[in-house]
Design a protein around this ligand. Structure first.
Ligand code: MN
Length: 304
């Protein structure tokens, strides 16, 4: 961490990799040891792009969440979302699913293709501030988001305001999210809120951000205090820009839960594993996930 937290920085962060199922890589860009959050964004997985064989798509069985919003942005492929509120929603490229867990929700996600298919998605979590984290659960599908064209880039505004446009996605802290995609050479400046911290994750090709070249697997953390950044590419490329007001609350993340204390995590884990409190997902053909043992959390958080 820099000595002055309010200054712009250029910090390259390598995402950690995990193989999910047998067919594709997941790159975890947030959280890492180097950076736990970017604004309220507390989790960022980049899945694919990858082809998968029959039966090897992205299938995540019923599991619970508390204290966060899940934000799914699809680049390629189709995924079916089912949740405990009764929503069944197919999400396609260019669309966002935004699920507000609040006090508790359960959902499952499955690849639609019975046959072979292709997947390229990002899955993010947004931490809810203390005043909002116990709110009633909710799910919203956004089939159309604002699209802008600047300097050869197709820019999809996912969250917040930019270029005098505001995205419809409902969030609870000041933040920004946008996708920048080009089929060839492109260059533009993006105006930023200097009170936000920002980061750019390359999703495809090679992107040049403030003169720094990044490829998939690298998150470029930009710090606070920037009024704009330059983004360019020589060939087809795609990147995700995220940012927000520094969250200002210490969160505790464990499995699929975002809370403040180990007691809250232990309670949520017991509720899920004992089939109490959480409402089940209806009609999911997938196996319910089991929460891992949270004992040891007390010790861990006391040492930190
Ligand atoms: Mn989930």
């Amino acid at each position: 961490m820099s000595s002055d937290e309010s200054k712009p920085v250029l910090e390259r962060i390598t995402a950690s990799s995990a193989i999910v199922g047998s067919s594709f890589t997941v790159r975890r860009a947030v959280p890492t040891k180097a950076r736990r959050m970017v604004g309220a964004w507390c989790f960022l997985d980049h899945v694919g792009p990858a082809n998968f064989d029959r039966g090897n798509g992205m299938n995540v069985g019923p599991h619970p969440h508390i204290g966060l919003q899940t934000f799914t942005w699809v680049i390629e492929g189709e995924i079916l979302h089912r949740d405990s509120l009764g929503y069944e929603q197919i999400i396609r490229p260019g669309q966002v699913n935004l699920m507000t867990a609040g006090s508790g929700i359960t959902h499952a996600e499955e690849s639609l293709n019975d046959d072979a298919g292709r997947i390229h998605i990002t899955q993010l979590w947004i931490a809810l501030p203390d005043a909002e984290r116990h709110r009633a659960p909710d799910f919203k599908h956004y089939p159309d988001l604002p699209i802008l064209h600047h300097g050869g880039f197709k820019i999809t505004l996912l969250v917040g305001s930019a270029f005098n446009v505001t995205a419809p996605t409902q969030v609870y802290t000041p933040m920004i999210g946008m996708d920048l995609k080009s089929e060839g050479e492109a260059k533009t400046d993006v105006a930023l809120n200097p009170d936000f911290e920002h980061a750019v994750l390359c999703l495809d090709g090679t992107m040049e951000v403030e003169g720094e070249l990044i490829e998939p697997g690298t998150l470029l953390y930009l710090g606070l205090g920037r009024h704009s950044i330059s983004i360019a590419c020589k060939n087809a490329a795609q990147a995700l820009l995220i940012g927000g007001k520094p969250f200002g609350e210490n969160i505790l993340m464990f499995w699929n839960f975002v809370a403040r204390t180990p007691e809250e995590i232990i309670e949520a884990t017991e509720h899920w594993n004992n089939h109490t409190h959480f409402i089940e997902v209806k009609n999911s053909p997938l196996k319910r996930l089991i929460a891992p043992d949270p004992s040891g959390l007390h010790l861990k958080t006391r040492q930190e």
